[in-house]
Design a protein around this ligand. Structure first.
Ligand code: AGP
Length: 603
């Protein structure tokens, strides 16, 4: 996810911009750039990859004395990660940086091209600078031109613009993407997409509201909200960096749970178009040669794989098997070249998954990585990659990585069904509608979080937890149990509900906690009778369902959704928050649980 910084003042601008971008690195990026306006001249630098590359490019550039600077880290959405697509984007005399998505860019771009404007990048962002310059050329002042430009943009944006037409000001706009303005005691002005780059530089900030825009120079900030003039309201800036990076959440895991709605949108972006699934990344593969899928992964990624196996067979109508990577490595598997070999990994560095991938490559199979970290070992080795676009995940207990893996795999199952004509147009439309609804489902309601927080105090003891579910809710039960055990250190198991009577039900008594995932859209009557059997043996039951269930000790009511995947994601959030709240009550370090590492690079 992109990051933005800006500066107005006398100090060395490059220094603040590069250090500020460094603070935003955790958001993830694939290119970076800066532009500095000083003495009527704009210098701009862009580099692909790490900030070190940009540092290297700017090593002989200095910019002390009064001036303006803007800096950006880009996480590719529209257009590949290339230097041409990196920000700042320029026109003839102005430069912009932008986070978010300009939804109507295509239409704006087509109009500008028709008027003879030449575009240098594939991004949606570039239209902003050309629109601005078009209005200047038509005779408008910079301020009027900026106002007019912003009024034409639809979508989400945080924008900074500098122009030779106004050597004193940075122009800014914000809608649905964060942007902060800071002020130092020495009268410097700062911009940033989050608090962290500002700490140590300024003591007061404005957290801009949606639909804000304006311009700032060293003497004043002119702010409009919804086109109405507004007096800027500064508030004190927090001084704790880690707290700032957590955006006020208690733990990174909590922040990441709440981020899921946003990152789900990023995952879907550009991949669901006009009622079909478009996965250009798969052009590297010859899918006509495959008739089967095999997936290898570990931990949470393995649970995502298990979930997807239901989707591949049910909607993609393609045979799919799933293996734990550490088991696969030593079983001397039979590998047929008609198998598409998929590895799933958040980090892209998991040793067992990487080795499984090497085995598949050696056997001549086509390979595909579903991964969150671009340029990781797994991505570099695979024939093709679908990036999950969750942004950097800091909590050891994976949350948003899981959600985005599932979304990516669901799209892949639809893509395969679509490609081999195994899915009807009608079903595809319904599935796409459901996919697009997921970012809404993933929004965490305060009332739900509060209910789970209160409930959690009853689940701090006992001799164990069983998370049970059927169909795709079985891997979700496995994942719910893994989340809980990772951060609470309580014993938890995930089980297919129908299997309980084949052994585990012997454990049932009042101290056995059963977390029952009871969706209405898949096998409700079946799971209901499985839970009744446990209730009859006095197990303590927390039922999660949209349908009232009298035999439960505790009940979390989910919403009435039409699609099982919506129910899946809603229940996923509940199990994540339950694990979080139990762990917090037990006083554990949620983000860094004992004995665990974020990236498991050893066997
Ligand atoms: C998830 O909460 C875990 N920390 C762990 O199971 C993780 O999913 C596993 O180690 C695999 O990691 P990867 O996705 O980076 O390959």
């Amino acid at each position: 996810m992109c990051g933005i910084v800006g500066y107005i003042g006398n100090k060395e601008k490059k220094e603040f911009l590069l250090n500020g971008l460094k603070e935003l690195e955790y958001r993830g990026y694939d290119s970076a750039g800066i532009a500095v306006l000083k003495d009527g001249k704009i210098d701009s630098f862009r580099a692909l990859g790490k900030l070190e590359n940009l540092k290297e490019k700017t090593k002989n550039f200095f910019s002390d004395g009064f001036g303006l600077g803007i800096g950006h880290t880009r996480w590719a959405t529209h257009g590949k990660p290339t230097e041409a697509n990196a920000h700042p984007h320029s026109g003839d005399f102005s430069y912009i940086i932008h986070n978010g998505i300009i939804e109507n860019y295509k239409e704006l771009k087509d109009n500008l091209i028709a008027e003879g404007v030449h575009f240098l990048s594939q991004t949606d962002s570039e239209v902003i600078v050309h629109l601005f310059e078009k209005f200047i050329k038509e005779g408008f002042s910079s301020k009027e031109a900026f106002k007019k430009t912003i009024s034409l943009l639809k979508g989400a944006f945080a924008i900074l613009l500098i122009t030779k037409n106004d050597k004193e000001s940075i122009y800014f706009a914000k809608n649905a993407v964060p942007l902060i303005i800071g002020k130092s005691k020495d009268g410097e002005i700062f911009f940033s997409s989050s608090d962290a780059p500002l700490i140590g530089h300024c003591n007061e900030v404005i957290y801009l509201e949606d639909k804000s825009f304006g311009w700032a120079n060293k003497d004043r900030i002119k702010l409009f909200v919804n086109k109405d003039k507004k007096e800027p309201q500064f508030v004190p800036l927090t001084i704790d960096k880690t707290y700032a990076q957590k955006d006020g959440y208690r733990f990174f895991m909590e922040k990441e749970i709440y981020e899921q709605a946003n990152v789900a949108g990023e995952t879907l972006m550009g991949r669901v178009c006009d009622n079909e699934i478009v996965l250009d990344e798969l052009n590297e593969l010859d899918l006509d040669k495959i008739n089967e899928i095999k997936i290898c992964a570990c931990g949470t990624s393995y649970h995502a794989a298990l979930t997807s196996a239901y989707l591949f067979e049910r909607i993609g109508r393609i045979k799919c098997s799933v293996e734990i990577a550490s088991e696969f490595r030593y079983k001397e598997p039979l590998l047929d070249q008609k198998i598409l070999f998929i590895v799933i990994s958040q980090s892209g560095e998991t040793a067992d998954t990487l080795e499984a991938l090497k085995m598949a490559k050696k056997a001549g199979l086509q390979t595909l990585a579903i991964c969150n970290v671009d340029n990781s070992s797994i991505v570099r080795l695979s024939d093709a990659t679908l990036l999950t676009r969750a942004g950097i995940e800091k909590g050891v207990a994976s949350t948003k990585a899981f959600a985005t893996q599932i979304l990516t795999l669901w799209m892949l199952a639809l893509f395969i069904g679509q490609k081999f004509r195994k899915i009807s147009k009608e079903t595809l439309n319904l599935e796409i509608k459901a996919l697009l609804h997921i970012p809404t489902v993933l929004q965490v309601k305060n009332s739900l979080h509060e209910k789970i927080r209160r409930l959690s105090k009853r689940y701090l003891h006992g001799h164990g937890f069983f998370f049970i579910g059927r169909d795709i809710f079985y891997p979700l039960a496995l994942e719910g149990a893994l989340k809980l055990k990772e951060i609470s250190y309580l014993h938890a198991e995930g089980y297919p509900a129908g299997e309980m009577k084949h052994g585990p039900i012997a454990l049932a008594d009042s101290k056995l906690f059963t977390i029952a995932l009871m969706p209405k859209n898949i096998l409700y009557e079946k799971i209901k009778s499985n839970v009744e059997e446990l209730s009859a043996r006095d197990a303590t039951i927390l039922a999660i369902s949209p349908l009232e269930f009298d035999l439960a000790d505790d009940f979390i009511k989910t919403s009435m959704q039409d699609h099982p995947m919506s129910e899946f994601f809603e229940m996923m959030i509940i199990t994540q928050i339950l694990a979080l709240e139990i762990s917090i009550r037990l006083g554990n370090d949620v983000d860094m649980p004992r004995n665990l590492a974020k990236s498991v690079t050893v066997e």
